[in-house]
Design a protein around this ligand. Structure first.
Ligand code: GLN
Length: 405
């Protein structure tokens, strides 16, 4: 994976890049949890785990043609205090575990683990109001197999830079959904165009604060002989030695945006954009956000949003060596909005273009985004309707059906 989860191609690591192929044909596996997705795609494991701050589960899943699921922020039970994970950006991702491991539903054999029972069980998900009306309505609909299917297509996601194969896959997915009875509705999420900039201010700010403890005294590797060429204190020597270039870049960016002179112009503005992005999503979903007191069901709203996971199929590593950090950040343009809003989102392998025999370099993923807390519906749509596109994404229906009924 990328060091501290910072990256989109699993190339920011002291141990070298994770690759899918050899030599000049080597492709990006996505990042930051590219190794997890690769291990699942290569059938070394049934399930991989990752922390999705801005797309680190969904992007590798798209590039490796497996499923990648990011649950609603903070919806599962928190692990105990001994959890060793250091989170880079705590307001975006949390490591969570299922209460009862035996009841964890595995959606197929591909790169997802989610505790569906807990999401359904109002006592177990500590963070949702138990009288949330939508929860009941949704479970009744699912029980009666009356699945609501208004699918939103965000026009702002249709960017000029999108690769033609990705646009084709998006259209093919929507046509397919239409044939199975979904209603396709164009929607607008106007603040989306600022989401990426907001994320790349907020995530480094949180990282600079969360990684402050790696000072080589309390946490972090202590080297025998820290390099002498960097002047300064013991702390600065250890920190210069032990962090890779991308992590250093983000710590510096984050420290700057949190400094007194820059705070108002960067951090505060980015937080405002984050609220606007959340509001955009709340305006289009049929289901109200459970945290909003007086929000009502918007019957003209949509149940899901369908958009590509990444603007292009996996790039070659050779190309990435020449790309700038900002070009790499651009890759997260479609995954970051759901992260800012804390929404559940799953990347599923998209339909294959008939003129392109399937090869890893044409792997495209589609994201299903749902309202906060509606994780179950996102999984339901993925499981029942969207996993027949790709041979490696076959799902074992049996396990999840047990939970459905
Ligand atoms: N590509 C994003 C970043 O570099 C994703 C990180 C993540 O989700 N851990 O910040």
């Amino acid at each position: 994976m990328d060091e501290f989860g910072m990256g989109s191609h699993s190339i920011n690591s002291a141990y070298g890049p994770v690759t899918n192929g050899r030599g000049f044909k080597a492709l990006s596996v996505g990042g930051s949890s590219g190794g997890s997705a690769l291990a699942v795609a290569a059938k070394l494991a049934h399930i991989g785990i990752g922390t999705d701050t801005g797309g680190s589960i969904r992007l590798p899943a798209a590039y490796m043609s497996v499923l990648g699921f990011k649950p609603s922020y903070d919806i599962l039970r928190k692990p105990d205090e001994n959890d060793p994970t250091c989170l880079t950006s705590s307001s975006f991702a949390r490591v969570q575990e299922a209460k009862n491991r035996r009841r964890v539903a595995v959606l197929g054999s591909k790169y997802v683990v989610v505790a569906t029972d807990e999401i359904q069980d109002s006592d177990a998900s500590q963070n949702l109001p138990s009288d949330w009306p939508w929860r009941k309505l949704r479970s009744q609909l699912v029980a009666q197999r009356k699945f609501t299917r208004r699918v939103g297509v965000p026009l702002e996601y249709n960017i000029a830079e999108m690769h033609p194969l990705v646009r084709w896959a998006w259209t093919a997915t929507l046509s397919y959904l239409e044939t199975i009875g979904c209603e396709i509705v164009p929607i607008s999420l106007p603040s989306t165009r600022h989401a990426l900039s907001s994320y790349y201010v907020l995530a480094p700010a949180e990282a600079s604060s969360n990684l402050a403890k790696y000072d080589g005294v309390r946490y972090g590797a202590v080297r025998e002989s820290p390099s002498d060429d960097v002047g300064g204190t013991l702390y600065s020597k250890h920190r210069s030695d032990n962090f890779g270039p991308e992590v250093k870049r983000r710590i510096l960016l984050g420290t700057y945006s949190l400094s007194a002179g820059a705070m108002d112009n960067y951090f505060i503005q980015a937080q405002k954009i984050r609220r606007m992005v959340q509001q955009d999503f709340d305006d289009v979903f049929r289901m109200p956000n459970p945290f909003k007191q007086d929000a009502e069901v918007n019957m003209n709203g949509v149940d899901f949003i369908i958009a590509p996971t990444a603007p292009s199929p996996p790039p070659r590593l050779r190309y990435l060596q020449r790309s700038t950090p900002v070009e790499n950040y651009m890759n997260d343009v479609f995954t970051v909005p759901a992260s800012l809003a804390g929404l559940p989102s799953m990347s599923v392998p998209a339909p294959r273009h008939p003129d392109h025999a399937w090869r890893p370099e044409v792997a495209v993923g589609m994201q299903i985004i749902g309202q906060y807390g509606d994780d179950y519906s996102v999984m339901y749509l993925a499981q029942n309707y969207m996993t027949n596109f790709h041979p490696t994404a076959g799902m074992k229906r049996v396990q999840t059906h047990k939970i459905l009924t």
